[in-house]
Design a protein around this ligand. Sequence first.
Ligand code: SAH
Length: 439
Amino acid sequence: MRASERTPFAVKGFQPLTARVFYHISTCFLNSFGTKEVEFGRNLWYAMLEVLLGMNEIEKNGCPQRRACGGCQLQNMSYAEQLLYKQKKEVSLLGRFGHVEEIMGMDHPLHYRNKVHAAFGLDRNRRVVSGIYQPGSHAIVPVDACMIEDELADKIIVSIRKLLPAFKIQVYDERSGSGWLRHVLVRRGFATGQVMVVLVAVSPIFKLQKPFLAKLLTLHPEISTVVLNINDRFGPVVLGRRDKVIYGPGYIEDVLCGKRYRISPSSFYQINPAQTEKLYSAAVEFAGLTGKETVLDAYCGIGTIGLTASDRAKQVIGVELNGDAVKDAIVNARLNGVKNCWFTQGDAGKYMEQMVSDGHRPDVVFMDPPRSGSDERFIGSLLKAAPKRIVYVSCNPETLARDLDMICQGGYRVQRIQPVDMFPYTNHVETVCLLSRNK
Ligand code: SAH
């Protein structure tokens, strides 16, 4: 859905502020009639306003955790306003490189997160709480439901918290260093329905593991695997290095752009699959593949972009720093019967340098670095390799602009800039950018 499609009144003429004032005045007026007889008519009127103004429950009332949480920075805007805000941000940061196409928005922008993380701890009254860390602190904001998280994942986390006393599970207390359970992570394959629960604890000893699992699975038969992750280190990192699979295969699968993917507890996997399909389709379209190209998928994660492009390329080489993700990528190629993709573990810059010094040159390079962007080592050797086209997928327009400057100085021109809203209600925005070599 495009910015201009969803709430025509909010965008053209009928301004959001006017809409809101109108809504609140009519709400106050109708609320002054308290009898049951007018209730039906009142609800009908509200529903009509919602359709006309494009407001949903959260847009009207806001999220109950909004002050303490800080996760959804744009929740005081309607979805159409958010899209316009992001469009403007992209134009101001990237407009100097060329025309910024209209942002691809989401049809249903709520509960899109397929991965939910809850920290477990004690509040001031030593009651068990689960939720998210308050920004800049280690105090936990209790969260039982969230407007952007998967609803089933939230329910599973609440169930786990409620089961703790019956199974004598103590939560970890950072101050005293006592207790066992630190975090719960739930990942869900929206296309397959598979659900992974990761219990992050300080030790592998789980006394009442069997009865606990039996109860949890009775409450949530949708769970397909449970992993115990051991994290005994102090610090901000959620997952420790050791995994112990205590139920099911230890991973889940999901389907994206017609291909099946295995996802392990620590592998990076895009958190909004509906929008990821739009993002990858744009990236593959921009690459303009004919079946003859050698493609490099740099920062490849579990291989999703390279595998999506593999049907239209001669061969794809993926490079990624996280060893578990590379293992998943190799399995993913096999799972989909793809025979022209290879994946390797390592720093993308170092790999690119080696490739150039070995005299290999990819025809097309996909690059999808983390928020901090790419680095001089990678971009330096990318320019030496001089591929015909570069498709840059970025989750941070600021570092994208910095890197585009460097790539353009090295003889490339930006041809397309397509923003995609991967994270509604937050101020993050994803961009796909096509660059081609100056003749
Ligand atoms: N393209 C993938 C992953 C993108 S996220 C997808 O769409 O799902 C960025 C990825 O870059 C992460 O998997 C991270 O582990 C990896 N990464 C971070 N620094 C890296 C580096 N220096 N070299 C290679 N990969 C790196």
